[in-house]
Design a protein around this ligand. Structure first.
Ligand SMILES: [Cu+2]
Length: 147
């Protein structure tokens, strides 16, 4: 009857909440030929009870990826590099045109509408999330696209 002794333990593990960060709605604009950089957007959800921060991202299709935030200063669009992007407990962080984004440098090739970009995200709690970024038409979204 050893099997039954295991049951309570199994029940405890099954009841543990799943607090993994979720990444969804990943997209970027199609790139004109010869453009070496691009910006990717997505939504991060943190179902946990403490803040989790995105600390890095990578893709085999770009030389490097940085976390950026766009802002307006003296009527000009600028952007700064962020060391991390916090996602509040029980909340979301949206990376969207005109705000935070993932900046892709030294793209290996120009991505066209319908392509996808594999992306790996790392968080300060050691979690890693993989997702696929959907490439949409060049004019998709709003906000600045000058880098
Ligand atoms: Cu940028």
């Amino acid at each position: 009857m050893r099997f039954f002794r295991f049951l309570p333990l199994v029940a405890v593990f099954a009841a543990l909440p799943c607090w993994a960060v979720d990444a969804s709605d990943g997209w970027m604009r199609a790139m004109p030929p010869g453009q070496p950089t691009a910006a990717a957007y997505l939504t991060l959800s943190n179902p946990g009870d403490s803040t989790v921060a995105l600390v890095s991202a990578s893709t085999p299709l770009a030389g490097s990826v940085e976390i950026h935030r766009s802002f307006q200063q003296d009527g000009m669009w600028r952007m700064r590099r962020l060391t991390d992007l916090p996602i509040p407990a029980g909340g979301d962080a949206a990376l969207a045109p005109g705000g935070a984004h993932l900046m892709l440098f030294n793209m290996k090739r120009a991505l066209r509408e319908g392509d996808s970009l594999p992306l790996t995200l790392e968080f300060d709690n050691g979690e890693t999330v993989e997702l696929s970024i959907e490439v949409r038409a060049i004019g998709a979204g709003s906000g600045h696209q000058h880098h």
